[in-house]
Write a protein that binds this ligand. Structure first.
Ligand code: PEP
Ligand code: MN
Length: 344
């Protein structure tokens, strides 16, 4: 039986024993209890496909239970119905999804030690919190640069040590997942891999935050179901990233679906990040779209920066110079403040 999962909201004064008893009963009906301890109350998701949803309705009579309501969407754990408060993800001392607007920046690809370190110092100086850079590149053409692989990961780790920035980098295959996790603070799943379910399941087993990018032809529901794959396999530290989708328009590389940001915030409690670089493919548009992302309620932004964009081995046309990037950050500040958030 599918789509019969329920949310059991406990009363704010429910005792621990009552909570445990409800969990026990949920299990006895063949569902998996999923406990969420909010500031006010405990909410328990009964997920999976148990024998009979009427049994779950019976829980209404249990002491300590306030309400039992169905989760209507196919995604459960990432659903805002299950958890009203926004999820915050801790990356070392950095919190994502809280009042800080988080800035991730760096080159599309890790190319050389000099290129990476120069970029890392520059984006740090401009106010970024997290360094981005691909060591494994999912290129559309097999003849294009595929990434420095472990050598690139080592350079990212060196840049982290030198600057104090956290590192987000893409993992492309299940085989590389453990290795990437040794070096990365956040594991990026690229647009082309959003529905690589084997990879999503593996990331569910790895205790590292995930930046899940929306597939270029994926719906919001599919994005949330991909997040659900990771969460249901054990890792709820997922950020959703809107990076533009394919439309009939060819003037931009993709079409930034800005409405995805408030919609994702309505539908899910997970943090939302905007990628104006891949969304537009044009450096001249990045600043305006980053501002739009802030205004739409994004929790962070990921921007491509290269010291010499015209020499970049990938995505040069959308990469900002460090000076341009610093200007973007300056101009974002009042927008961030208007949203009652801060950048540092
Ligand atoms: C990237 O971040 O460099 C990248 C490949 O992005 P996407 O998966 O969104 O195309
Ligand atoms: Mn790129």
């Amino acid at each position: 039986m599918r789509n019969e999962e329920m949310i059991i909201a406990m009363k704010s004064d429910a005792t621990e024993a009552q909570i445990q008893e409800v969990c026990r009963q949920i299990e006895s009906y063949g569902y998996k209890p999923h406990l969420i301890r909010g500031e006010e109350r405990v909410v328990i998701g009964a997920v999976g496909s148990g024998d009979n949803k009427d049994h779950l309705h019976n829980l209404l009579a249990e002491p300590g239970v306030e309400n039992v309501v169905p989760i209507l969407q196919p995604y459960k754990l990432v659903n805002r119905e299950l958890k009203k408060e926004k999820t915050t993800i801790q990356v070392g001392d950095l919190e994502i999804g809280g009042d800080r607007f988080v800035v991730m920046a760096g080159p599309c690809s890790v190319e050389t030690r000099e290129q990476l370190l120069e970029t890392a110092y520059a984006v740090k100086e401009a106010g970024a919190h997290i360094l981005r850079g691909g060591a494994y590149k999912p290129r559309t053409s097999p003849y294009d640069f595929q990434g420095l692989e472990e050598e690139g990961l080592k350079l990212l780790a060196e840049a982290r040590d030198k600057t104090g920035l956290k590192v987000v980098t893409e993992v492309v295959t299940t085989e590389d997942a453990e290795l990437v996790a040794e070096y990365a603070d956040i594991m990026q799943v690229g647009a082309r891999n959003m529905q690589n379910f084997a990879l999503l399941k593996r990331l569910g087993k790895i205790n590292k935050p995930v930046l899940l990018k929306r597939g270029m032809s994926s719906t919001i529901k599919e994005l949330l179901l991909s997040a659900e794959y990771i969460a249901s396999h054990g890792n709820e530290k997922v950020m959703l990233c809107e990076r533009g989708i394919r439309t009939f328009e060819t003037a931009t590389r993709n079409t930034l679906d800005i409405s995805a940001v408030p919609l994702l915030n309505e539908l899910s409690h997970l943090p939302v990040v905007i990628d104006p670089s891949h969304a537009t493919g044009k450096r001249s548009l990045v600043k305006a779209m980053a501002k739009a992302g802030v205004a739409a309620g994004a929790d962070g932004v990921i921007i491509e920066v290269h010291p010499r964009p015209h020499e970049a081995w990938s995505d040069g046309p959308q990469s900002l110079t460090p000076a341009d990037f610093a200007q973007v950050i300056e101009e974002l500040k009042p927008y961030v403040a208007l949203e009652s958030r801060r950048m540092n």
